[in-house]
Design a protein around this ligand. Structure first.
Ligand code: F6P
Length: 534
């Protein structure tokens, strides 16, 4: 990492012009600071980026080796250096004939064989030729957490209009409340349980899987026959008792939070069918080609990354809000929290040296218009600037409710406009004077109604939330994370930060059960243990 360049970026950010002045000085700003890929439009003109600062960021991207490292990733080089692995989730969506250079024919062949096995299994469940012990499968429970939950859970919700398979439920939390509620509502005789875990060791997933097995065993003669497994470990899935015919494997070069394109997407495939799932893969792959081929100024993942770095590392805005004006993307912010924060929330560079700039931002959000009636107050008038990433479809899935969609779109555009233009004290004063206020009360009330404006946002517009478009959106964000990670010089593909808490939880269990002493624990933990043990 070239610290001097980051300092240069920060200095440039200190004197950044207002968004309004940029529009005033350039009639073609919207065209110049937007990019299209197919039917998708990414507008980043409502930011304070200029040709100079964008040019600087592009130079930084080139100097950081984004192109070389991108090619290395697509080729299957070992770019996850701390775990000694390639990063090849893109191979899961690559059509036959598009084998990554370093991947063996056998491994690439296995990707397609597994996909075909998933399709056959999903079709058999969907058409009833694979049966539960009480008849056709009516419900599927996906048990998994993190990347083995968030992707398919987000995707099933996003593709609800295409959902014509069994009902799909997701259990992730170790809190028994999660699985208890799902089990209470279902008939084990017609339920398929999918245990989704890359490692097949994750405590939450294995505890929930065992509980589900007991629940199933109380009602059906062969409980494990209604279980499937998605994992990289054949030994552990076999030890659990799941027949190899219902085990769908993948390799360690697929990171958990990048895994919904392969076996981890089985619940999604069961819900929407193999054809729609294939469309999802096609969308992802087309975004891969775009990322690999397009010039930086036209390259959506690169632009999204540069805007992100500008706001966080350049301007010092430590959070970003993801605001889909698409209710079916309500789990997208949670999905992106793992994708972005588990990937780029690091303090050391790839070589182990301390990071000299801020790492990835805090990502959060909710669908519009709900967020408007909750936290947008802070976004519009709070003392912090929160860059907002709006997204909206041109067309909804409910033609009979087109008037709803028109209002949804109007709200989305109104928010980015309001953030940018704001409302001055003069305007607020005129409005309140019109209402009859005068003197000191007019001044006081007017001040509360001022919007500073000049608050940045981007807007991603797409034709309609189809499986294909969903694939494009997810791959777009994956590559954005990659570019940001490369430019920060960090490894976006490990997650050591989740380990310490796991180890301490394991050590605390016997103390909580009264089997071991709490000696050596800090005062706060001892007090909490004392309370919880009664
Ligand atoms: O929380 C850490 C993590 O390893 C995530 O990266 C991963 O998605 C999740 O746990 C689940 O892991 P597994 O699929 O191995 O159960």
């Amino acid at each position: 990492m070239d610290k001097a360049r980051w300092d240069e970026l920060k200095r440039a950010a200190e004197t950044r012009p207002t968004i309004a002045s940029l529009f005033a000085g350039d009639e073609a700003r919207a065209e110049g600071f937007s990019a299209r890929f197919g039917d998708m439009l990414f507008d980043y003109s409502k930011t304070q980026l200029t040709d100079e600062t964008l040019g600087l960021l592009m130079d930084m991207a080139r100097d950081a080796g984004v192109e070389t490292k991108r090619d290395a990733m697509f080729a299957g080089e070992v770019i996850n250096e701390t775990e000694g692995r390639a990063v090849l989730h893109t191979a899961l969506r690559a059509p036959e004939g598009m084998k990554p250079e370093k991947l063996s024919d056998a491994e690439f062949g296995e990707v397609h064989t597994t996909l075909a096995r998933m399709s056959d299994f999903a079709s058999a469940v969907r058409d009833g030729s694979f049966k539960g012990q009480g008849g056709k499968i009516t419900d599927v429970i996906n048990i998994g957490i993190g990347g083995s939950d968030l992707g398919p859970a987000m995707g099933v919700l996003a593709l609800a209009p295409y959902h014509d398979g069994p009902r799909t439920h997701f259990v992730s939390n170790i809190d028994g409340a999660d699985i208890a509620e799902v089990m209470a509502a279902l008939n084990p005789e017609t339920t398929l349980v999918i245990v989704a875990s890359k490692t097949f060791t994750t405590i939450e997933t294995m505890t929930n899987a065992k509980t589900a097995l007991d629940w199933m065993a109380a009602k059906v003669a062969e409980p494990a026959a209604q279980f499937a497994a998605l994992s990289t470990s054949d030994e552990r899935t076999a030890a659990f008792g799941i027949d190899a015919s219902r085990v769908f494997g993948f390799e360690d070069w697929v990171g958990g939070r990048y895994s919904m394109w392969g076996p981890i997407g089985l619940s999604m495939m069961l819900a929407v069918g193999p054809d729609a799932f294939a469309e999802f893969l096609r969308g992802g792959h087309e975004m891969d080609r775009h990322f690999a081929d397009a010039d930086f100024r036209e390259n959506l993942p690169v632009l999204l990354a540069l805007v992100g770095l500008w706001h966080n590392q350049g301007c010092g805005h430590a959070t970003r809000a993801v605001l889909p004006y698409d209710n079916r993307l309500s789990r997208l912010p949670a999905y992106l929290q793992q994708l972005e924060m588990e990937s780029n929330g690091k303090s050391v560079a790839m070589d182990g040296a301390a990071l000299e700039v801020a790492s990835g931002p805090v990502v959060w959000g909710e669908p519009g218009t709900n967020g408007q009636h909750a936290f947008y107050q802070l976004i519009h008038q709070g003392t912090r600037t929160v860059p907002c990433e709006f997204m909206v479809a041109k067309e909804g899935h409910e033609p009979e409710l087109a008037h709803h969609h028109a209002l949804l779109v109007a709200n989305c555009l109104a928010q980015s406009e309001a953030l940018m233009v704001g409302r001055s004290l003069e305007e607020a004063t005129a409005i309140m004077a019109e209402k009859g206020l005068t003197g000191a009360e007019l001044k006081r009330q007017a001040r509360h109604r001022v919007f500073s404006g000049n608050r940045p946002s981007t807007t991603l517009v797409y034709p309609k939330l189809t499986p294909y478009v969903l694939g494009q959106i997810i791959a777009l964000y994956e590559h954005r994370v990659f570019v940001e990670g490369v430019m920060l010089g960090i490894n976006s593909y490990d997650q050591w930060g989740v380990e310490l808490g796991k180890e301490l939880a394991t050590a605390l269990s016997p103390i909580l059960a009264g089997e071991e002493s709490d000696a050596g624990k800090d005062g706060s933990t001892r007090m909490l243990l004392g309370y919880l043990r009664g």
